[in-house]
Design a protein around this ligand. Sequence first.
Ligand code: PLP
Length: 364
Amino acid sequence: MSRQLPDFPWDRLAPYAAVARRHPDGIIDASIGTPVDPTPACAREALAAACDAPGYPATHGTPALRRAVADWFARRRGVADLDPAGVLPTIGSKELVAWLPTLLGLGPGDVVVHPERAYPSYDVGARIAGARPLPADGTVQLGPGRDDVRLVWLNSPSNPTGRVLGVDHLAKVVRWARSIGAVVASDECYAELGWDVEEVPSILDPRVCGGSHAGLLAVYSTSKQSNLAGYRAGFVAGDVDLVGRLLEIRKHAGMMMPAPVQAALTAVLGDDVHVAEQRERYRGRRSSAVKAFTGAGFRIDDSEAGLYLWLTRDEPCWDTVAWLAERGVLVAPGEFYGVAGGRHVRVAMSITDDDAAALAQRLG
Ligand SMILES: Cc1ncc(COP(=O)(O)O)c(C=O)c1O
């Protein structure tokens, strides 16, 4: 199977990391989106209170957790009618992304569509299942009568570009997918980090789905909004029948979220204050970074939401990576996210305030 999987690309960044580390003031590592701020107290307290957990946890999650997800969708995402039976906790969202095609029973001959500039795990998940990954940003490109397309991944706000898909775009994809019987899975893990947009609609929004969640799955993660990446706390929600199918296999396969993490996830979903605080931290870093990069002649594309700036100097991405590494700044080459990203770099805002403030000096 490993022969079907792409090489792990991060190894190619190692020589540039070595250059950046030699900077007299040290490296500013903006290459990966791993949170650097503390896990909020509400999560830690809930985790500690639930740490006596001798029995097996429910794969479907506690009723309180499923209720908390439904309430969160109603409060934060404009989705008032989510059935808690259609909620399933996942061990972070990366595992769900990587296993969803397999859990849906996809295999050879099936096609999984994902964005052209994309988080690499959509491609990997298709390959693990033996299905064919197909990068495409629009339904026109795919054409009518595609009975080989079984799953369509959307990612809004996007990693890496920060682009947000509006209601009309999402509704069009839903109509197209329904017309060919494909599932739409929408990865919305940056939904709480909107900057230059009025709203970040969910695939489950009634304006998008016409009030029915049939064939639709929203995938979410609290890693970024709640600095919980180390807990592995995500969930998938939507079509009750589809979620039921995933649940059945996950029960057999032992893919269950630990009980203390279920308690922590329930707690963070009920607390909007720490999410707002985290958003403000990222807002501050982002504004310092925008000033520093535009001042140094970079162009910022998309980047209207999410954890990243999507930048270009209109040159091959590795040239930009090298230029920044000499200034002690490590970023991810856009090529990691597909050939369409070959002239961009991705800069993560998961850096400290001090590092964000130091960017202007480094690039000046
Ligand atoms: C678009 C996207 N989806 C999913 C994930 C996985 O997040 P986690 O597994 O921490 O929930 C990431 C992480 O960076 C991501 O960028």
